[in-house]
Design a protein around this ligand. Structure first.
Ligand SMILES: [Zn+2]
Ligand SMILES: [Zn+2]
Length: 345
């Protein structure tokens, strides 16, 4: 099978790999149909986020069961499924204290980062990481389940109220999914993106009563004229960080979900004195099933968020649509796409 292999920064290629084989009774072989290109993939390819050399990239995926181990009794060949790629052992110190998204085995088990992923034709996982798809949910739409579940994990850490004045930085897939997940809890807000093309695209698919803005300043002026203080800022870009703390109302939240290195500073006294919360959140924790439900019930308009689809062998074009030029070795924050999907042949 052809697989998109990560070798080192800016060095990825399609290479032939053997189809993996079931080695344990609880395993399932899945024929991959679609995998979303994630900001993490762009981070890995551009050398900003560490991944193991020679692994197959890709982790947001759906496909069809082709073979099951002898102990699998809930799935059959032909079942259409979405894959929860966040492996956890269930027995380490992190898993036993409710932090399965930080399982201590992650360094060798993280799909598409430290273990083989799904930008290919076949993938092996355990039955407990598979969720059946309703007939009306396409493989492409189902790929949004994983990023959505990470977002629900983030939102679970906020004592959210529907009247929280909210700004989401970045109109990429994570920003759009955050706005929809927040909207499903009654929240309205603004989405900010510096890329005009992306913002144009985003403005036609924002949740009802949400706005789009070209700058944080115009968003804050519109959301909170006079006080310039809002209750929740979600930074999906990693580029803003703690510099927006002064725009948080007392007791407000800064949610950081963009994976980008940087040195940020803040005044601890301000955090204490104003009861501010700075929260980081990675991967999903007990939210995959809810995300699966929300995609199935169309609470998240997955079809609209997916703006581009390419066959796997056009991965260069797919990455390029997201501002990642593999030939020029440049990663540009502006992009004319929101969610990009690669389809296996
Ligand atoms: Zn992802
Ligand atoms: Zn564990």
């Amino acid at each position: 099978m052809l697989a998109l292999i990560y070798k080192s920064a800016w060095d990825v290629a399609l290479e032939e790999r053997p189809v993996p084989e079931i080695t344990r009774d609880n395993q399932v072989l899945v024929r991959i149909h679609a995998t979303g290109v994630c900001g993490t993939d762009l981070g890995i390819v551009s050398g900003r986020y560490h991944a193991s050399s020679s692994i197959i990239l890709g982790h947001e995926s759906a496909g069809v069961v082709v073979k099951t181990g002898s102990a699998v009794d809930t799935l059959m060949p032909g079942d259409r499924v979405v894959i929860d790629p966040t492996y956890y052992c269930g027995q380490c110190e992190m898993c036993r204290t409710g932090r399965q998204n930080h399982c201590l085995h992650k360094a060798v088990t993280e799909t598409g980062v430290s273990a083989d992923g799904t930008f290919t034709d076949y993938y092996i996982t355990e039955d407990r990481f598979l969720y059946k798809l309703a007939d009306h949910v396409s493989y492409e739409e189902a790929t949004l389940t994983e990023p959505l579940s990470c977002i629900l994990t983030g939102i679970n850490q906020i004592k959210l109220l529907p009247n929280f004045r909210t700004i989401v930085l970045g109109a990429g897939p994570i920003g759009m999914l955050y706005s929809y997940a927040l909207a499903s809890k009654g929240v309205t807000g603004s989405i900010v993106d510096i890329s005009k093309d992306r913002l144009n695209m985003a403005s036609s698919i924002t949740p009802e009563r949400w706005q789009t803005h070209e700058s944080f300043e115009s968003a804050i002026e519109s959301m909170a004229p006079g006080s310039h203080q809002v209750d929740l800022i979600v930074d999906t870009t990693g580029a803003v960080g703690t510099q927006v703390l002064s725009n948080l109302a007392h007791g407000g939240y800064l949610m950081l979900v963009g994976l980008r290195d940087g040195i940020n500073s803040f005044n601890p006294k301000e955090i204490v004195d104003r009861s501010l919360k700075i929260i980081g959140s990675i991967d999903s924790l007990g939210t995959f099933s809810t995300a699966h439900y929300m995609i199935e019930k169309n609470i998240i308009p997955a079809k609209k968020i997916i703006t581009h689809t390419y066959p796997l062998d056009q991965y260069i074009e797919a990455f390029s649509a997201l501002g990642c030029d593999l030939n020029e070795k440049t990663l540009n924050p502006s992009s004319n796409a929101i969610k990009v999907i690669l389809q296996s042949s």
